[in-house]
Design a protein around this ligand. Structure first.
Ligand code: NA7
Length: 546
């Protein structure tokens, strides 16, 4: 009897839906809403215990937007725009998580989301035209269309340093910062990593801990966020100006409020240029990166001169000249990697309780029971924070075993880097849409506006298929080849391709991720939108539908 029940449970038919979306972050929330509006039977499966994705997981101190809050929120629902109040120009994580929960409740989506569901495999049954999903607890689901909204920076990578499990204090990757409060006061804390995350954490906790030791491998070019609270009057003004903001964002290459100044840097006098750069440095948000002269991010000489300008700002802010030099990147120009935005980051190093360890001079040998041993000494800690980044863009795909036609896995296909059509689908994996996936525009821009673009396109496609009584869509290999060739061509000569970062597919903590991979679309969001519209307008050319 028991055996029979057990057998029955193991072979129980999978819960079946027309569409399953994996992930309840910014992308999954809007995708679900769009499909439900169309009357599609859709469900979200989410590994976390609530919605929010990135903003659910990243609870480390200092986690906040680098895009203006009102340029990050959804644009598609007037009531949400009118009802929600942002309290800061660059909101912190708790507020963003509240916002996403507000949206989920406002749109009544929770009933169609299942939490604590970690998908471990997804297999396409060709004869049945069906995806079968298995969770880590053995439950199964099935769907005709499988949509991934699994995030670009959701596969956290702790460092490959021997002995991590030995440490007796508290230690965590920033992505998995504990939900319960972490007592920092008086503690000896280590941070490994100085990317956008590390920089936020370091600046936030420097004056809250006993001693803070930062282990830096390569410095990044950081710039002031210049955040400020939003007064109720300002919020009224922002509300009234949403159409203007969205219009402005639709024209910039990265869908930010900041776009390039189309003058070349040598079109203005040195005096004017310096005044402009000083104004950018004092202005809020990404202007200092993306609002520059058109050639600063693409040509070596302007980039070198601008980098020197920023280096001088760092020297002004750090008291100890030796420390300042360690914090100035020497291996890449400003803006060719992700620019961490900071609030009093450099000033943190002027504090007596903050120490910088350059691991190039004294490499980390191992983690010990008590702390971190470098080649010159062992330092003892109560807490070790790993701000060591992500297996970006493709990592979340690699952590689910996707099996497509003829038993081929996605991990095999993408072994040397992603191969997609439009960043939204890949040949050999019918009915799989990789929303906000590699080689799309959302990965190279202000995520939400281009996530919205991809979601609307996917909803349009599913609507089209339903309208025509079709249930299957597959990428044509030649369309995919052409898309990848375009992406590769767009990398030629781009300054960022000569730097190692998650933009270019490098991660020293993941086996094999030590060479350039073509991860992102560099053609700018306006061109990407046009291309998607064009494909849809031509009956989804590049796909075979049946
Ligand atoms: P990043 O930008 O990939 O930064 C990771 C940092 O961790 C970076 O400074 C790395 O140094 C450092 N790192 C990684 N592994 C090690 C080891 N083994 N030893 C020492 N240092 C190490 O990730 P973030 O989380 O900061 O930011 C990711 C994105 O999230 C960000 O761009 C935002 O868009 C949001 P390296 O530079 O590789 O020498």
């Amino acid at each position: 009897m028991v055996t029979e029940q057990g057998t029955a449970a193991a072979t129980a038919p999978a819960e079946r839906h027309e569409v399953i979306i994996i992930g309840a972050g910014v992308c999954g929330i809007y995708m679900l809403h769009s499909l439900l509006q169309m009357g599609v039977d859709a469900r979200v499966l989410e590994a976390g215990s609530g919605p929010g994705g990135t903003w659910y997981w990243n609870r480390y101190p200092g986690a906040r937007f680098d895009s203006e809050s009102y340029s990050y929120g959804y644009s598609f629902d007037e009531e949400i725009l009118q009802e929600w109040n942002w309290s800061e120009h660059f909101a912190a994580q708790p507020e963003t998580l509240r916002y996403l929960n507000f949206v989920v409740d406002k749109l009544d989506l929770r009933a169609c989301m299942q939490f604590d569901c970690r998908v471990v495999s997804a297999t396409f049954e060709d004869s049945e035209n069906l995806w079968t999903l298995t969770l880590d607890d053995g439950r199964t689901f099935a769907c005709t269309f499988l949509l991934t909204a699994i995030g670009m920076l959701s596969a956290a990578t702790p460092p490959r340093i021997e002995g991590r499990e030995r440490f007796r204090g508290q230690s965590f990757h920033t992505y998995y910062w504990p939900h319960e409060p972490v007592e920092l006061a008086g503690k000896r804390v280590a941070v490994i990593g100085t990317g956008a995350t590390g920089v936020q954490v370091i600046a936030e906790i420097a004056d809250k801990v006993g001693v803070l030791t930062v282990y830096q491998r390569r410095p990044n070019w950081c710039a002031p966020l210049n955040n400020a609270p939003i007064t109720p009057e300002e919020m009224d003004d922002i509300r009234a100006r949403y159409p203007e903001f969205f219009e402005q964002m639709s024209k910039t290459p990265g869908s930010f409020l900041h776009g390039p100044d189309y003058r070349a840097f040598d079109e203005v006098s040195e005096e004017e240029r310096t005044a402009f750069w000083n104004a950018l440095y004092r202005s809020p948000g990404f202007g200092v990166w993306l609002g520059n002269f058109r050639d600063v991010l693409v040509e070596e000489e302007p980039n070198r001169i601008y980098s020197a300008f920023i280096a001088d700002r760092i020297r002004e802010r750090v008291d100890d000249p030796e420390v300042a030099e360690k914090l100035i990147p020497k291996d890449h120009g400003f803006g060719t990697r992700r620019v961490p935005m900071e609030t009093r980051y450099y000033e943190a190093y002027n504090r007596d309780n903050v120490h910088l360890v350059d691991v190039n001079g004294t490499p980390i040998e191992c983690i010990t029971e008590k702390g971190i041993r470098t080649s010159d000494q062992e330092r003892e800690f109560d807490i070790i924070i790993y701000a060591t980044g992500f297996d970006a863009i493709t990592g979340a795909f690699d952590r689910i075993e996707f099996t497509g036609l003829e038993g081929r896995t996605l991990a095999e296909k993408w072994q040397d880097g992603p191969i997609t059509y439009l960043g939204l689908a890949t040949a050999g994996f019918p009915n799989l849409l990789t929303l906000a996936g590699p080689q799309g525009a959302s990965v190279s821009s202000n995520f939400p506006p281009n996530i919205e673009v991809g979601v609307r396109w996917a909803a349009g496609l599913i609507g089209y298929l339903r309208e025509h009584g079709l249930t299957r869509i597959e990428v044509l290999p030649e369309a995919e080849e052409a898309w990848v060739a375009d992406i590769m061509q767009s990398y030629e000569g781009a300054l960022l391709t000569s730097t190692r970062s998650w933009f270019t597919g490098y991660n020293s903590n993941v086996e094999g991720h030590d060479k350039l991979r073509y991860m992102i679309y560099l053609g700018g969001a306006p061109a990407y939108r046009e291309r998607l519209a064009d494909v849809a307008g031509h009956d989804y050319e590049g796909f075979k539908v049946s």
